[in-house]
Design a protein around this ligand. Structure first.
Ligand SMILES: Nc1ncnc2c1ncn2[C@@H]1O[C@H](COP(=O)(O)OP(=O)(O)OP(=O)(O)O)[C@@H](O)[C@H]1O
Ligand SMILES: [Mg+2]
Length: 406
């Protein structure tokens, strides 16, 4: 698979707030002095320090961090709501900081759309006009922009409300209109700053699901900001974690959870079920395939250090599972016949499945067959391996915790 095209690049971006951002505050900050100390010495606030990341076409790139870590500042450099102090911001080959006047305006209108936490609707306009507002500003004629607005409202499930007043909308519906407005002008890029953070948990999850379903159809490039790790893990293709204006880690949800870069990240991840992001494929082993004509003793030898093996049919589909514990019990009772000890009620999973989908199977204590989409045996996973991998991650996180608190 070829590497996806880069749509947004931040290159060593600094943003310092204050009357003289490029003066001593910048010198201190760039020579490694921390945010609090820079503020103490100069009265300037470090918003972003040497931030670099790339957002690839079609991905949901999540920027996550505590309040004040620089998330909003970072997203605002992308549409030049902020001028950067140092560094470059490139969007689809355009050096955004160089844009001015009409060029900046048309860049903002055509290339990207923004959705905020509190989406402001015009109370005196109905929903379709609110949705089509961006196109109106662009001078698109009424039939065209209304058609686009209906299409966008349909994507968020609100087409039936197109001609209703905005006063009748719940918070969740308002955010939907916000999303529809953003989608309406068909931009390449969506910038979403805590777009779902004000919603209650159930509605919030619905909106996350809906955005992901929409994304599967429209393939936008989405820069998504949240302070919520669970949201980041659900939505993110990759996640960038900020602290005090610094990038602490960039990685896939799995990398963030299983290889946290430091104690700050570990603190975020400690309450999350790592099993949600660890793939079976990462931990599975080759399966031992047993010869159905061999004796039980020969089968036990063939298992080696594995706790189970499989008998397969002509298409390599598993038809029976021998577990080491069953074999040992049978041998102790003098049974030597493989057929009588084989189980047909074994669990199966796929390499793309997550650990947490296999907890129930793991709880039964038996080896699990890993099969491909045609049901062919491609590996085996054992409950102890699920526990070991989870334990490894936990120890890592515990280690960081000690580091943080000592
Ligand atoms: N216009 C501004 N003037 C001065 N300081 C600012 C300005 N905007 C942001 N800051 C400071 O920059 C830092 C980063 O702020 P930013 O708004 O980017 O944080 P955030 O991660 O979005 O936080 P939140 O989760 O609260 O939205 C903070 O210390 C903030 O006080
Ligand atoms: Mg913010």
């Amino acid at each position: 698979m070829s590497e996806a095209e880069t749509i947004i690049t931040l290159e060593n971006v600094y943003k310092i707030f204050g009357p003289n951002p490029r003066g001593r505050a910048f010198d201190l900050c760039s020579s490694g002095v921390g945010k609090d100390e820079v503020q103490r010495q100069t009265g300037h606030v470090v918003g972003m320090k040497d931030i670099s990341f790339e957002v690839k076409k079609g991905e949901i790139f999540v920027v996550m961090g505590l309040s004040g870590s620089g998330k909003s500042t970072a997203i605002r450099t992308v549409n030049k709501l902020h001028e950067v102090t140092h560094g470059r911001v490139i969007v689809e080959g355009t050096d955004v900081q160089q844009l001015r006047g009409a060029a900046l305006q048309s860049f903002r209108r055509e290339k990207l759309a923004m959705v905020f936490q509190h989406f402001a609707l015009f109370p005196h306009r109905n929903i379709i006009d609110n949705t089509a507002y961006g196109l109106k500003v662009q001078g698109v004629d009424k039939p065209k922009r209304q058609a686009a607005a209906i299409e966008a409202l349909a994507m968020v499930g609100l087409e039936a409300y197109a001609f209703n007043s905005t006063r009748e909308l719940s918070g969740g519906m308002q955010q939907r209109v916000g999303l529809a407005r953003a989608l309406c002008s068909n931009p390449d890029i969506l910038l979403m700053d805590e777009a779902f953070s004000a919603l209650d948990p159930l509605i919030r999850r619905q909106m996350q699901d809906e955005l992901m379903a929409i994304q599967d159809k429209v393939h936008k490039t989405i820069l998504f900001i949240t302070h919520d790790l669970n949201e980041a893990l659900r939505m993110g293709s990759r996640i960038c974690i900020l602290r005090d204006g610094l990038v602490i880690q960039i990685g896939t949800p799995e990398e963030i959870l299983t290889e946290p870069a430091d104690g700050y990240v570990a603190e975020f991840v400690q309450d999350v079920d790592q099993g949600r992001v660890i793939d079976v494929g990462k931990v599975m082993h080759d399966a031992v395939i047993l010869d159905p004509t061999s004796t039980l003793t020969q089968c036990v030898d063939a298992l080696g250090d594995r706790r189970g093996g499989f008998v397969v049919d002509a298409d390599n589909r598993p038809t029976g599972m021998l577990s080491l514990t069953d074999a040992a019990t049978a041998l102790a009772h003098g049974t030597t016949d493989l057929g009588s000890v084989l189980r047909s009620d074994f669990d199966t999973t796929t390499p793309g499945a997550r650990f947490n989908e296999n907890y129930a199977a793991a709880g039964r204590g038996q080896p699990i067959a890993v099969v491909d989409e045609s049901g062919r045996l491609i590996g085996e996973l054992e409950p102890r391996e699920i526990m070991e991998e989870m334990g490894r991650v936990e120890q890592l996180v515990d280690g960081f915790e000690r580091e943080v608190f000592l």
